[in-house]
Write a protein that binds this ligand. Structure first.
Ligand SMILES: Nc1ncnc2c1ncn2[C@@H]1O[C@H](COP(=O)(O)OP(=O)(O)OP(=O)(O)O)[C@@H](O)[C@H]1O
Ligand SMILES: [Mg+2]
Length: 147
């Protein structure tokens, strides 16, 4: 099942994310999918607000991961843009964040398609599609694999 919403502004995308974050439980891994500038980091900003995080949320393009302490749980915001395999992410020690038995919070992952196979058996996928300069389609679904 997919749930689709249309956002017509950056603020709207953030408020959708903020509301959604308030319903999230730990542990959860969320993959944010979409082209450059589609709105993934914008969504992460609103999501962090919904978790009670007041820090400035910046894109983790160079650090790969930024972590934050929310009111009830931690947020791990990843940007895998510069990585090219699951092995590379594992070498950096990120594997433990994607094990639902040990994850203590929520992972928001941009460009997870670059590290195929790293995400757990069940995760949420949010797809951002640019409709025009200010309009985005945001599709929520549950994804995963069974071995
Ligand atoms: N409805 C909207 N929702 C989200 N962002 C929007 C919207 N309309 C316009 N924008 C603009 O689109 C850009 C989205 O940038 P953002 O950094 O969130 O993209 P991203 O998907 O994280 O890209 P990247 O892959 O480079 O990390 C911002 O400049 C924002 O102001
Ligand atoms: Mg981004």
């Amino acid at each position: 099942m997919q749930i689709e919403v249309i956002s017509d502004s950056e603020e709207k995308t953030q408020s959708i994310a903020e509301k959604y974050a308030k319903s999230i439980t730990s542990p959860t891994v969320i993959s944010l999918v979409g082209d450059l500038g589609a709105g993934k980091t914008t969504f992460a900003k609103g999501f962090a607000k919904g978790m009670g995080i007041s820090d400035l949320i910046t894109s983790p393009t160079f650090t790969i991961m930024n972590d934050y302490k929310g009111t009830k749980m931690n947020l791990y915001h990843f940007d895998m843009y510069r990585l090219s395999s699951k092995e590379e992410a594992e070498e950096l020690g990120f594997e433990e964040y994607f094990d639902l038995r040990t994850l203590d919070g929520v992972c928001l992952v941009e460009w997870a398609e670059n590290v195929k196979g790293l995400l757990p058996a069940l995760f949420v996928e949010i797809v951002f599609t640019k409709l025009d300069e200010t309009k985005r389609k945001i599709g929520f679904s549950v994804k995963g694999w069974v071995k």
